[in-house]
Design a binder for this molecule. Sequence first.
Ligand code: FES
Length: 110
Amino acid sequence: MPTVLVRSSLSNEADRQFDVSEGKILFDELENLGFILPHGCLAGSCGSCRIIVIKGAQNLSLLGAVETDTVESIVKNYCETNRSDLVANKSIRLSCRAKVLGDVTISILK
Ligand code: FES
């Protein structure tokens, strides 16, 4: 059973770790645990549910074409420089599209 570790981006919040069934959508699992992520489309096109993958990017399902386009747009519009390495390294993912296939460590973008 894969483990998801959510690293807190706030000093007064603890990291949280939980087990998920393989193949589950990350957004759904986070929501079930009380993580309320912004969301709009739940289809990979609005980018609201973005997360940072700290470790285990290879343990998430592959990016589809829509998610790739959205992530590239996020990087282009919101990162200080065009950080194509964030796309190439799958550091930014959309939780509504990512299926958990193995252990992963993430941070939720506030
Ligand atoms: S909710 Fe729109 S991309 Fe995930």
